[in-house]
Design a protein around this ligand. Sequence first.
Ligand code: F3S
Length: 365
Amino acid sequence: MELLIALGEVYEAANLIPVTSTHISGASYKTIGDPGVRFLSEISEGCSSKVSSTVNPIGMDRERYAEMRVREEFASKQKEIVDLYEKLGVTNSWTCTPYLIGNRPQLGEHISWAESSAVVFANSVLGARTNREGGPSALASSITGFTPNYGLHDEENRKADVLIELGFEAGEKDFASLGYFTGKICGNRIPYFRSLSASEDDLKTLSASLASSGSVSMFHVEKLTPEWSLGLRDGHEKVQIEKEDLEDVESGWNTSEEPDLIAIGCPHCSVGELKKLARMLEKGWSGPELWACTSEAVSKQVPDAVDMINEHGKVLCDTCVIVSSVEDFSQAIATNSGKASTYLPSLCKQKIMFSDLETLVRRFQ
Ligand code: F3S
């Protein structure tokens, strides 16, 4: 409670308000290390979650970690972290797409979520209200049931700042680079896309990319997302994006032609994405090691697709390539994710081959 009050004072929050859901980041031993384990151990003593709480991916699949070449010492520290979160009473989740496994708040609900890609999705696609929380503040909200009332909890702050018009018709292949390019322009402002048709998976991709190049916490798509009619703020900026802008982003990501690993599932794969990958793999696979990351809950919904992917690669649950210790054995990764293309070079010392899923899979068949 002290942490939340201090945060509220910094941001001049009007008061504390109750939340219906939290999503906590900071669960991989790679990202929180021993200080994180100590912090969790102290805070979980005598505390428990008051509201429905999910947690971000951990550093390994708890059953297949040997196949991920995870060292025993890492695995045992990781299990300690999972135990500490379980002691708090959080949902057994370990995913960055909690909205695919039941933590799916409704329009207008006040929530406290960390994990930038999920924050953008929750605000924009679900219309729930959260600031871009950090792991400790989301954890504090989970334990107390409250969050400081400022920023995106106030409807007035949810109007768009930047009108984005596209000089081309965006397809499924464009959402990663479109999000990255728009995030760079917007910083922490809210973009409003005109004439964009997108599936929920496309919006998941867009959310992750927007949050990785800037600190965007929300976007609107005209006539599609639930609060688009809040509209644009007076004096908003107007930006036109062309196909060449996205091609520049993609060529900036590409630094390798010979990946050691293909990584799909950043953010975690949905049921539809697993099925699509499985269908493509029916034609076989002759590429390098293939990982498809998702949550256990999503993987259980499509056992046939999981079997097909496992025939040629690995469906890894509860983890992701970035928070794993992939740098122990890989130098270059191919991915269809804008967020992974942005973070893998700095966080995992990887070169990148970026492409949309279909092109990527066909290339190695
Ligand atoms: Fe999720 Fe890991 Fe990407 S947490 S958004 S799969 S970096």
